[in-house]
Design a protein. Structure first.
Length: 378
């Protein structure tokens, strides 16, 4: 695992990489605009920095998933779409979660050394690590409320997977639900997701999926929910382990929601560890350190560390971090804490209230570790 930061004109790129001799190389990039200039100028600087970093570090890899974090999604999406015309051959997500560094746009890109993809119904298919990987961005649905829209979005995703010979229970590994006005619309998402999972045979006795449900706006008028998702075909059930962190966290179904704390996926030469959105919570489902951003951050880190350790990983194996803050006034404090502990990790801080008002901060991450280090941990 390597971490580095590259500085360019009006932008910087934080990069993590994982590779093994003769194996697939993986890269995560967090690209940050300096905040200078118009939106178009910041997008140009962002893309120029990405192109330079990719050419310098991972010219043999291609993006499989790209997400843009926008400060004003309603006004910026159309301009961004025009600027992206023909740029990417991969799944692209655009979410209204303003970067907290004062810029208008930030970008997360996941790159893998693999062959050219195929695409059908918004689902992008890539072959790497001995499996077919399926990525989707910007899944929308229109309906009277967030519950109905969640049904529609999940049904559309299920149909797209079915066209690839896959389904949600056996192949989906990760979802992100971005919820407009999360304090009011999240309950409908929770109900819609739970009922769809019930109809698919996903229950507390089987398993759910690693997930983040968080505030995030989208440019579609009347849309309260958007979905990004990731699945892998041909993955034997014994290669997938659902992480609990039982000493520090409780099962999510105990407070009415349906997702896994994390998921570990074993390939021949590595393990992927996908950590869901995680906050300052205890193993009884209670908020820890109400009102204290510093203590909530420390407890959140501890919870994530326990989940990583359960999978035989550590923070040194983390490829990228997304940090969500409810109150923009907490940004300076939290960023200083992260820069002290994780100075080189690719990360982005965005304004995105967590699903329970008392949680001031949440983070998610992905780690990759060598399987020989993980033996006996699962």
């Amino acid at each position: 695992m390597k971490h580095m930061t590259l500085d360019y004109k009006n932008a910087s790129v934080q990069v993590s990489s994982f590779s093994k001799d003769g194996g697939v190389s993986e890269y995560h990039m967090m690209v940050h605009a300096s905040g200078e200039g118009t939106f178009r100028q910041q997008v140009d600087a962002l893309h120029a920095a990405f192109d330079a970093a990719a050419g310098q570090i991972c010219a043999c890899a291609r993006p499989v998933f790209v997400r843009y974090f926008l400060s004003d999604v309603a006004n910026q999406t159309e301009a961004l779409d025009r600027m992206l015309d023909g740029r990417w051959e991969c799944a692209v997500s655009t979410v209204g979660q303003p970067p907290l560094d004062g810029s208008k746009i930030a970008m997360w890109a996941y790159l893998v050394s693999c062959e050219a993809p195929s695409e059908r119904d918004g689902l992008w298919s890539f072959d790497y690590l001995g499996h077919r990987h399926l990525w989707m961005g910007n899944g929308f649905g229109l309906g009277p409320d967030s519950e109905q829209q969640t049904y529609m979005i999940m049904d559309k995703f299920a149909d797209a997977l079915a066209a690839e010979g896959c389904d949600i229970p056996n192949h989906c590994l990760r979802t992100w639900f971005f919820v407009h006005d999360v304090d009011h619309n999240y309950a409908g998402v929770v109900k819609g997701r739970r009922e769809r999972f019930d109809s698919m045979g996903l229950t507390k006795e089987t398993h759910y999926l690693a997930s983040t449900g968080i505030a995030g706006n989208n440019p579609v008028c009347g849309s309260y929910v958007a979905l990004d998702a990731y699945a892998a075909a041909g993955m034997p059930a014994e290669k997938v382990t659902y992480l609990k962190g039982a000493t520090h966290l409780n099962p999510t179904h105990e407070y009415g929601v349906t997702f896994e704390r994390g998921t570990a996926v074993d390939y021949d030469d590595r393990r992927h560890v996908i950590i869901s959105g995680t906050a300052s919570i205890d193993n009884k489902g209670q908020i820890v350190h109400p009102g204290d951003i510093r203590l909530q951050t420390h407890r959140m880190w501890e919870n994530v560390e326990v989940l990583l350790a359960e999978a035989g990983a550590s923070y040194g194996d983390v490829m990228h971090m997304i940090v969500y803050l409810r109150d923009v006034a907490d940004y300076a404090c939290v960023r200083a804490m992260y820069e002290e502990r994780f100075p080189d990790h690719p990360k982005v801080f965005v304004w995105a209230p967590v699903c329970r008002p008392g949680w001031l901060i949440e983070m998610e991450c992905i780690a990759v570790c060598h399987p020989e280090r993980s033996e006996g941990s699962l």
